[in-house]
Design a protein around this ligand. Structure first.
Ligand SMILES: Nc1nc2c(ncn2[C@@H]2O[C@H](COP(=O)(O)OP(=O)(O)OP(=O)(O)O)[C@@H](O)[C@H]2O)c(=O)[nH]1
Ligand SMILES: [Mg+2]
Length: 232
């Protein structure tokens, strides 16, 4: 079980030279502005480390949260929200794209979507881009507390079908799905470690100490062509 003893903001970055220089494997959270990425991080860590807000566009930098020296969660600015000024979106897109394309520590991506609504075109574009890139990715459908329990499976199934990703229901408000998300993180760490061992590479993705990245995880990885094509 991953225990979250010591989580801290390791770095705030706009430019690559500001990324933290560490060996930790990183899992990034991507998703529409205001969907609940920062809230998800806070619920996972059990602390209000990431700033959240009702106003879309709260997170404006890449924020790196190091957890127990074994994993780093990376909170990214959101994409595709009409109320976020175009000038900001133009600034964020290269930032997000560069990180997702170039960062060697990156071992997986959690795409956060709103369980209440079908995925947006931007969500679909992002999911397809991640697939082409060959990054392990899982979608987390958050704000589950906002729809009746009985309707959740149907929403999750539709989301999975339309995004082509495994989908978990989650609520930052109630904590529902937290263990499932932690299971996904562990699987991503394990997969990265196995891939690192297989290729004889140590360091970033071979990484963190502690043997308990657990069971699970399909292992069809292998970096895809990193063509950066995503539109706003
Ligand atoms: N009811 C409910 N509200 C949530 C949940 N997750 C987030 N929210 C609310 O949604 C709003 C946006 O949450 P954030 O975590 O700031 O969203 P974000 O994706 O980080 O947004 P940006 O930083 O702007 O990209 C806040 O008002 C949160 O309180 C959830 O699971 N349930
Ligand atoms: Mg945020």
């Amino acid at each position: 079980m991953v225990k979250w003893h010591a989580a801290e903001l390791a770095a705030t970055a706009v430019e690559p030279k500001q990324y933290p220089r560490h060996d930790l494997p990183e899992v990034a959270l991507v998703g529409r502005s205001n969907v609940g990425k920062s809230s998800l991080i806070n619920r996972l860590l059990g602390r209000r480390l990431a700033r959240t807000s009702n106003t879309p566009g709260r997170t404006q930098t890449l924020n790196f949260y190091a957890v127990d020296k074994r994993l780093c969660l990376v909170d990214l600015p959101g994409y595709g929200y009409a109320r976020v000024p175009m000038r900001m979106r133009r600034r964020w897109q290269p930032m997000i794209e560069h990180y997702l394309t170039e960062r060697p520590n990156l071992v997986g991506v959690i795409q956060v979507v709103d369980i209440r609504h079908p995925p947006t075109e931007d969500d679909k574009t992002m999911a397809a881009w991640l697939a082409r890139r060959g990054l392990p990715a899982v979608a987390v459908a958050t704000k589950a507390d906002k729809i009746a329990r009985g309707r959740r499976p149907q929403h999750v199934a539709r989301m999975a079908r339309e995004l082509g990703l495994p989908v978990l229901a989650f609520s930052a408000a109630t904590g529902e799905g937290r263990d499932d998300v932690i299971g996904v993180l562990k699987a991503m760490l394990l997969e990265a470690r196995l891939a690192g061992e297989a290729s004889g590479v140590s360091g970033a993705t071979g990484g963190a100490d502690g043997p308990d990245a657990a069971e699970g995880a399909g292992t069809d990885e292998g970096p895809g062509a990193p063509e950066a094509q995503r539109g706003g």
